[in-house]
Design a protein around this ligand. Sequence first.
Ligand SMILES: C[S@@+](CC[C@H](N)C(=O)[O-])C[C@H]1O[C@@H](n2cnc3c(N)ncnc32)[C@H](O)[C@@H]1O
Length: 363
Amino acid sequence: MSDAERVPAGVDAGRPNPARMYDCYLGGTANFQVDRDAVARITELVPEIRDAAWANRGFLQRAVRWMTQRGIGQFIDLGAGMPTQRCTHEVARESVPQAPVVYTDNDPGVIAHGREILAGAHGTAIIEADLRKPEYLLSHPEVRRLIDLDRPAGLLIIAVTQFISDADDPWASVARYAGALAPGSYLALSAPTADHMVTRKVDRILEVYATSTIPVTTARTRAQVERFFAGLEIMPPYKGAAPMLTSAGLWDCEDPETAESDGSLAFYAAVARKPGAVGTASSAKPTAGELGLDVSTLDWRRSTHGPGAVEVAFATARGERWVLLRLSGDPAGRVSVFSRFEWECFLDGVRHGEFDDAISGNP
Ligand SMILES: C[S@@+](CC[C@H](N)C(=O)[O-])C[C@H]1O[C@@H](n2cnc3c(N)ncnc32)[C@H](O)[C@@H]1O
């Protein structure tokens, strides 16, 4: 099919488009000749831009996986782009099979393409929304249907804020979204920077993007990107690191000595936690019954170390992972339910010997 044949209604195929150009960097097919020409103009002088896009996309995927490991089972992905390269729900559902995901973008082409691709993906939605209008999105019926704002969620704002000028105050918008989330939620945000790039390369990028459907592109400094996390607790980017912004490539890397690349330096990235006690915004802890779990069908595992046998089962409900615990042979059949997050925190404490004195009764 030619480019001309697959132009959805409302889509400007005469000018390069940032969503399609990004798709092109990532080797996708949801782009037109005009986008490929624009990308060629940039790569001629800045070949590392493809690597930058991959480093950024890798950050998104690692951040989603990292959040699911901390009990997050629902996501809002703002400025999600063309859903062509392993998107948020695919990564999230590797650990949380039913994880609800709301995607947004303000580009009609992304929305048309996204609707096609997500058609069979139950529990996902793609909404045409401008990041600068938080109230519109936060009160949208699809967000209300899929996302429980009383419980921790993952908010992704990846490589989008550069399309919002300082005059439109993207910091206020990001703060509003973060403000609507429950304590224990996480924000993952990346943004391009010119801090590590020679001026003529930056100029070429800005010059090409100025001809695109979103002509404003703003590379920001480290301090400007850091401001997006105001009021949140930035997480250490990798084992042994202090909490801070890093390049997209370093975030959650195995080996900081080798993870960095010229391209990855083009993006600052971080994940931050919304402070506060988890669960304070919502009602009491759910029981297994309230979660719709039939305890008789769960895969109970028995541990016999210690004075009695304890049985543990893992289950997914309401888009989250839960841990259920019962004493083997308890005639009352009592089951305690913990969120995956509570469980991880507890195990972490045990691993670090933090409760030893309390358990032994010698405070
Ligand atoms: C470079 S792509 C990033 C895609 C994806 N977040 C990622 O990092 O892999 C930027 C996306 O932001 C979208 N975008 C730009 N301005 C926006 C706005 N004001 N509101 C919502 N989306 C916007 C573009 O249409 C594009 O799809």
